[in-house]
Design a protein around this ligand. Sequence first.
Ligand code: BGP
Length: 470
Amino acid sequence: MSSNFPKDFLWGGAVAANQCEGAYLEGNKGLDISDVVVVGADRFQNIKLEIDESKTYPAHEAIDFYHRYREDVKMFGEMGFQCFRTSINWARIFPTGEEEMPNELGLQFYDDLFDALLLEGIEPIVTISHYETPLALTQKYNGWSSRKLIPMFEKYCEVIFKRYKDKVKYWMTFNEINNAIRLPFLAAALDITGIENWMPLAFQASHNMFVANSLAVKLCREINPKAKIGCMLSLSNFYPATCSPKDVFETYSVRRRSLFYSDVMIRGEYPGYAKRLMKELGAEIEILDGELELLKNYTNDYLAFSYYRTATIHAGQEIEFNTGGGVGLENPYLEKSAWGWPIDPLGFRYTCNELYDRYQVPLFIAENGLGMVDEIGEDGKIHDQDRMNYLRDHVQAMEEAILDGCDIFGYTWWGPIDIVSAGTGEMKKRYGFIYVDKDNEGNGTLQRTKKDSFDYYKKIIETNGACLRK
Ligand code: BGP
């Protein structure tokens, strides 16, 4: 069976530290922003910047990956993973963001984790900031709206680039950076409580993050010229509800609110439409001397993105966003997941092509997956056929995109082991090929069990995707 995937294609899975590690105060870790978010679909409303003992916080224990990663990594190895994307929790390294010296226990934890991965032949792919800004930086400076965070981030990057120079070849700066204007607390550590027009702050935060991104690229090139450093965006896509030119143009404009981010970080400059948008939204951002040159000179090596679904929208619609992207109208051509996310593999091929046409830089699929309710069958096993179908259809769509000419160098399934949902804090919304015994209330033994999809993905990896050829 011959494969259409490049021979060194990287297959694997992706998680974020805050959604799996738990041990939220262990090893001298400081609180990060995800530690104060409670369970529930409205978890980003009325955020309190402190812990309320009467509430439940899923990230505090999560799936206890902090203590159990050896067992989990072994199972990833058994599936044949060639890479594993996780984040370093910034608050493990600099508990309040402002310490003079990094926290050795935090650094040691990631040393051990990366060693365990490498021992299994798994390349660590590391997100530097995945919704884990130290909470103190929101309390003191309102997160990335302040440029004070830039040198702190730079120092954090320098520490980890030097420390993991021989272990990590692939970096990503900010997870889903374009969510700064959609989910500002998570993506930009920005508390917008009580601020009526928060868009100017969110655009300033985005600019500060662009500068930080370029400084990270610069440092990475100096410290480890062989490493690759990407930017990472949420790029689930949009369709116009009708062929009315108004719907089509509005859809394009909404899309460009995302592509604005990759335009800056891949092409190296603010596009004209973004300047106009900011003006219309009253966002007069501060740009210091030399910053535009920095953005121009230090662009990312590759574009990583998450793709879950498409949303159908029409002109004038107020669009809500959640972790999967925009929430649209009913699309009669698509089935939906139990959480109402439209399932659209062709939209995935479309998105890969759209991005490669626009940028001609290597693409990395950093997240793709299906959150569903898993039932344990009478035989004690989990037959997750819907997940396997989603995986099959999206891998086939990616193969088509490669045949279309897109340069895609890797694919990491979101949540290869069940983890806490970023959008709702639930355990019930499972993505894993490995089941974790824990429920929404926090009960369970945390025991790990393979689902049917485990062997299915293993086969895909083993054959470099060829087993799915139509
Ligand atoms: C992305 C995030 C992830 C992740 C995923 C799925 O936005 O980068 O952290 O969790 O969405 O979303 P959810 O967990 O809400 O199902």
